[in-house]
Design a protein around this ligand. Structure first.
Ligand SMILES: C[S@@+](CC[C@H](N)C(=O)[O-])C[C@H]1O[C@@H](n2cnc3c(N)ncnc32)[C@H](O)[C@@H]1O
Length: 256
């Protein structure tokens, strides 16, 4: 991970200064994370905010997914990892580095997909990035490993329900599926219903307060933007069908 971070910081700090990225991280956090329900348009507009996402939220999500997987201890599975709303590709990269396999990232943002390809190269992960909206994505047959990290909360209810159902189906067919979302329930009002279905299927629902430290340059950037890089919290839905333990379940229809 150190080599990747070094290359990542060098790449982004060639064109922007540390204080510029720090200011952009503050603005991104305010617009994207804290006012989520109220913003319109592209929260990642502008080089500064994109760099801030790549340098802070990317590595932060990488560490969270890695730590969660270490705690969940998935059964052995070499199937391809499909990363829904992959952004800069960190969730699938973390999974592939813990449990090797090819990755496929799906996202609509060209800048994020370019970043994902670059990061996978630098991390030694093999995979491809697909520019496609999730409602048009043609799912490969199960079993696969599916991850959706900090992505489902961005989707319309009907699409989110369809993807969750696909994840349940993949796990019931012997695959694995991981959903990661922030602890704040304000942006995930659908969580309780999804969690009930996951539990009914035999999966796990967890809240994590992780004690792992962020790598130093990432933590310093967070601190400089007034964030607390020591607070690493997330909630997850986990379905591990590798030993046949996931039953077929239908999600209840979500109210629009
Ligand atoms: C907060 S980012 C999370 C990225 C990454 N999974 C991570 O953990 O860092 C959410 C991503 O979902 C993507 N996204 C949102 N709606 C989408 C859709 N309908 N189809 C494909 N990607 C979508 C966005 O472009 C963005 O890259």
């Amino acid at each position: 991970m150190d080599g990747w971070l070094e290359a990542l910081f060098a790449r982004h700090l060639r064109e922007l200064t540390h204080p510029e990225v720090s200011r952009a991280l503050k603005a991104l956090t305010r617009d994207y994370v804290q006012r989520r329900g109220r913003i319109r348009g592209d929260a990642f507009a502008g080089r500064g905010k994109r760099a801030a996402f790549c340098l802070y939220y990317g590595p932060r999500h990488f560490v969270m997914v890695r730590e969660v997987l270490r705690a969940l201890k998935p059964g052995p599975c070499k199937a391809e990892i499909v990363d829904l709303g992959c952004g800069t590709g960190v969730a699938s990269a973390a999974w592939a580095l813990e449990h090797p396999g090819l990755v496929v990232g799906v996202d609509t943002a060209d800048w994020a997909l370019a970043e994902a390809r670059q990061s996978w190269r630098e991390l030694g992960v093999r995979g491809g990035a697909l520019r496609c909206t999730l409602d048009r994505f043609r799912w490969p047959p199960p079993p696969r490993r599916i991850v959706a990290a900090f992505a489902l909360n961005e989707l319309a209810p009907a699409l989110r329900a369809r993807l969750l159902q696909r994840m349940l189906d993949h796990a019931a067919a012997g695959g694995q599926a991981l959903v990661v979302e922030p602890l704040a329930t304000r942006i995930t009002p659908w969580w309780s219903a999804a969690a009930l279905s996951v539990q009914e299927a035999g999966g796990r629902v967890n809240e994590w307060h992780l004690s792992a430290a962020l790598p130093q340059p990432v933590a310093l950037l967070g601190k400089s933007a007034g964030l607390n890089p020591r607070e690493l919290g997330a909630r997850t839905l986990w379905l591990d069908g590798t030993s046949g333990g996931i039953a077929p379940v239908r999600l209840p229809v979500e109210e629009e």
